[in-house]
Design a protein around this ligand. Structure first.
Ligand SMILES: [Zn+2]
Length: 470
């Protein structure tokens, strides 16, 4: 179950080891949260945008902002301690900066959603229409000014045990290619940073593939190389589980970071020109990857640990190393990673999960008890301000040239107010502008930085040549 598994993003560090050996579906089990904070009717308003004059748009946007804010106020009230920050209102200047920027998102799980909800049958869904059950569709990608998207070729980490990881990953890669072919006037596959710029200049959304978790290669560099040939331009070293060669942030460590083979994987990715992704991995793995790599790394969808203490987030000591590496940390929007109080609830939930697991041997009873616990401990959605807090923190510690966006849309169900879906990126631009960031800095954060990192990784691969023999 996609949603359920993706709640695995919520597992907490103090309990590392407590879950080792449990299958992921057990570990991350049960639906934690309600659906999107924004109701479908709000989305339908956005369809009208092209028909409206600019002044009317501004009015509408402020209305939507206020209405979204009011909803959040209701569902986050118990955790609210700080004074609420006002909704962000879009300005002409921010929209101008936004439209000029590449807007590249590091992680979107639409392909897995299509697999789960539509059996990977593109004939059963029209992405040109608003899709209230998704966070992503073509009208809202256009609304959000998205220029390039890394689509996630995610398959569950427990396929490492159950088998079929590489096959399922191939199916997800195939699905991404089919989406792009289904809407050729909207999407085009990009293999290089130059491709991204050319495709965006042509008014299309450059589509790249990210493999989410090294389990997908089934310990084979040949499979890794084949994924690259099929268009994969980053691979997250792990998902939720520690692998034979890399430790995950949310599992017991076994290697103190990367094994020798793990280092070889990083080197091979460098040689190919595939970005090394340090999201989901343990801090030791982050450091080991940064030691091993010759090219800039990315964290495709990770936020700042100093702001919200979740083990999936990147601590300051690593942010400093990312700066030296010329890498980019692309901020995740999931409420459980970005809102400090919500990250705490996640930690508590994990302890509760462990206690309930010990108490109930019957699976159904356990899940029922966990759902009840979760219902009694809702997490605050937060707002776009919380996400910008993470962006600013990373900019402060690593530099604004080392920050990007990695929403995790359609991989998580609780998202901040004014960041409910792929139409909402302009609010980030506006809030960065409100906080005094320059147009240049904002351009980099929205996508210029990751484009540079990809270009530098391509250069490392060219310099390396094709002499390495595996
Ligand atoms: Zn993820």
């Amino acid at each position: 179950m996609m949603r359920e598994l993706k709640y695995s993003e919520a597992v907490s560090k103090p309990d590392l080891g407590a879950t080792a050996g449990l299958p992921s579906s057990e570990r991350f089990g049960v639906a934690l949260l309600d659906k999107l904070a924004v109701a479908p009717d709000v989305g339908s308003i956005w369809v009208l945008k092209p028909l409206l004059g600019f002044a009317a748009l501004l009015l509408l946007v402020s209305f939507v902002g206020v209405s979204r804010s009011a909803r959040a106020g209701e569902d986050s009230a118990p955790a609210a301690k700080k004074p609420a920050r006002p909704p962000v209102v879009l300005s002409d200047e921010a929209l101008r900066i936004h439209r000029a920027a590449p807007v590249i998102d590091g992680h979107n799980d639409l392909p897995w959603e299509l697999r789960q909800k539509h059996q990977s049958l593109l004939s059963s869904i029209d992405l040109r229409q608003q899709q209230p059950t998704l966070q992503t569709d073509i009208p809202r990608l256009r609304q959000g000014g998205v220029g390039a998207q890394f689509w996630s070729a995610y398959v569950p980490a427990d396929t490492a045990r159950t088998g079929g990881a590489a096959r399922q990953t191939l199916e997800q890669i195939d699905l991404i290619h089919r989406i792009v072919r289904q809407y050729p006037d909207v999407f085009e596959m990009a293999a290089t940073a130059d491709d991204v710029e050319r495709i965006r200049a042509a008014g299309k959304i450059a589509s790249l593939i990210g493999i989410e978790g090294g389990h997908s290669i089934e310990n084979s560099l040949g499979v890794l190389r084949s994924f690259y040939e099929l268009g994969a331009r980053y691979m997250t070293l792990t998902h939720a589980d520690t692998l034979d060669w890399a430790d995950a942030a949310t599992d017991a460590p076994r290697h103190g970071g990367l094994s020798l083979f793990g280092i070889e994987v990083v080197r091979e990715m460098n040689r190919l020109g595939m970005l090394v992704d340090i999201s989901h991995v343990s801090v030791d793995t982050m450091k080991a990857a940064l030691r091993a790599t010759k090219a800039p790394v990315i964290a495709s969808h990770s936020s700042a640990y100093s702001i919200a203490q979740h083990p999936r987030n990147v601590p300051d000591e690593v942010l400093v190393l990312v700066k030296e590496n010329r890498g980019v940390v692309m901020v995740n929007f999931f409420s459980g990673f970005v809102v400090p109080e919500s990250a705490q609830v996640m930690a508590d939930m994990f302890a509760a999960h462990r206690a309930l697991r010990a108490k109930y041997t019957d699976d159904a009873e356990f899940k029922k008890a966990l759902v009840a616990w979760q219902a009694a401990h809702p997490i605050a959605a937060g707002t776009v301000h919380d996400v910008v807090d993470h962006i600013e923190h990373i900019a402060k510690v690593a530099g604004a040239e080392h920050v990007g966006l990695g929403s995790d849309f359609d991989g998580v169900t609780k998202v901040p107010v004014q960041l409910e879906d792929v139409s909402c990126y302009p609010y980030i631009t506006q809030e960065l502008l409100n906080r005094g960031h320059s147009a240049d800095e904002i351009n980099g954060i929205l996508g210029g930085n990751v484009l540079r990192a990809l270009r530098e990784a391509e250069q490392v691969a060219r310099d390396w040549g094709n002499s390495a023999d595996h």
